[in-house]
Design a protein around this ligand. Structure first.
Ligand code: PLP
Length: 442
């Protein structure tokens, strides 16, 4: 394409520079099932390893199928470069390990996916990286936790269970005063939010969810916005300003812009250091599955969100529902963030609390006929889970309260089925939730 197009529907299909396979003219992106790539000669091989020339070396580090996906995800997010990895968990792990080492800290939002909390609190802390938690209802809480070892801020655009939209620009502005980049997990809000436009330096995704969209492959991505100056304060970002002995003493913050002409040291370092050392590469077969999903993400997000709006209205009037949690159903200052940051929809996820407490939550889930009871989000299908009896069942009352999950909280991910069928299934299950004695779900 000659003209740069900025509409997500088009980017999702044409983003990047792929028109057809250079070897065969195939229009669909081929799955390059190869581990290695033949070097033209010894000089070519040496240049690739020395980053004097960019090209394929080994599939742990790069692959042509993944490359197409990477360029499309980067374009969708309005970033300059993207690295795909084996899962969303790997994307979060790499995003932190790419800026922080033992002794450093990250200031993170308290509103996070449970797996990220576990990664931060248990695994990264054992590696000597401290995660300090800031309540995002007041962005200034982030500033209070900064010290000279703070390497990044971390937040999620639309985190459940609270479904409070993260104050992206406010926290990014604070960070930029101290040369601290904001890393945003945009898993639950592709297309409807572009965190880079609000100041995020890095955007990660679990591609497993809305971008993949069909529950067929686990994958993750890390997008470098190209808008953060990693060299402005060398003490703040030592991993980008001190010689890297694992790569011939290269200084990533300087070398990458010189070598590539683009300010993407975050993406390059994640690829050539973290994928090199930790593996966690995305299999090209899974990249192919995600590319198919990506093509329709804009259409699906529109439908997820439109259906969710109907469901919110329906639930607010239902006699068995005591509370509806949705991005726009908060007190004014928080609800206004949905207006500021979400475009074309207010999100696909809804939380509800039921009159009958934990028993009603379980009965409701067991009574659903079309919704799937799964620990996933972002599928084309409607999904539901009762966290207190499943994902959060190991937590005590205090921990449950801190996580925002009450005994009767049920999370709904509204799918793209016909709205009448979604409402009918919810209605019949809600009406059964306070009646009879069904066996408990595990
Ligand atoms: N980030 C968010 C917001 C998620 O919801 C999830 C998974 O549910 C992840 C990251 C981790 O993604 P994955 O399951 O692909 O490892």
């Amino acid at each position: 394409m000659t003209k740069k197009r900025n509409n997500p529907e088009t980017i999702a299909i044409h983003g990047g520079d792929y028109r057809s396979d250079p070897a065969t003219n195939a229009v669909a992106v081929p799955i390059y099932r190869t581990t290695s790539y033949k070097f033209n000669n010894t000089e070519h091989a040496a240049n690739l390893f020395a980053l004097k020339e960019f090209g394929n070396i080994y599939t742990r580090i790069m692959n042509p199928t993944n490359d197409v996906l990477e360029k499309r995800v980067a374009a969708l997010e309005g970033g300059l470069s993207c690295v795909t990895v084996s899962s969303g968990q790997t994307a979060s792990t790499f995003a932190v390990l790419n800026v922080a080492q033992a002794g450093d800290n990250i200031v993170s939002s308290t509103d996070l996916y449970g797996g990220t909390v576990s990664l931060f609190t248990h695994t990264l802390s054992k590696l000597g990286i401290e995660i300090r938690y800031a309540d995002p209802s007041n962005p200034e809480n982030f500033e209070k936790l900064i010290d000279d070892k703070t390497r990044a801020f971390y937040g999620e655009t639309l985190p459940n269970p609270y479904l409070r939209v993260f104050p992206i620009q406010e926290v990014s502005d604070i960070g930029r005063k101290y040369n601290i980049p904001l890393i945003m997990d945009n898993t639950a809000a592709p297309v409807i939010c572009r965190p880079i436009e609000h100041g995020a330096a890095v955007v990660i995704h679990s591609l497993t969810k809305y971008i993949g969209g069909h529950g067929t492959a686990v994958a993750g991505s890390i997008v470098d916005s190209g808008n953060f100056d990693w060299t402005a304060d060398p003490k703040r970002q030592p991993l980008f300003n001190e010689p890297d002995n694992s790569y011939g003493g290269v200084i990533w913050g300087k070398a990458v812009p010189e070598l590539t002409g683009a300010n993407v040291p975050f993406a390059v370092r994640a690829r050539v250091c973290l994928l090199r050392d930790l593996g966690s590469a995305l299999a090209p077969d899974n990249a192919f599955a995600i590319i198919q999903g990506l093509e329709t993400v804009a259409l699906r997000m529109r439908q997820h969100c439109a259906n969710a709006e109907y469901v919110v209205d329906f639930l607010k009037k239902h006699k068995e529902v005591t509370k509806v949690i949705y991005s726009t159903e908060h007190d004014k200052p928080i609800a206004n963030r949905a207006k500021k940051y979400l475009q074309g929809g207010n999100g696909p996820m809804i939380g509800i609390e039921l009159k009958g407490g934990i028993e009603a939550g379980k009965k409701f889930i067991e009574s659903l006929k079309m919704f799937y009871h799964v620990a996933n989000i972002g599928d084309a299908r409607s999904l539901a889970i009762h966290p207190a009896s499943t994902t959060h069942s190991q937590l005590n009352e205090k921990e449950l309260a801190a996580s925002g999950v009450t005994q009767s909280y049920v999370r709904l991910c509204i799918g793209i089925e016909h709205i009448d069928d979604i409402i009918e299934d919810l209605d019949q299950a809600l009406n059964k939730s306070s009646k009879g004695n069904l066996k408990a779900v595990s």
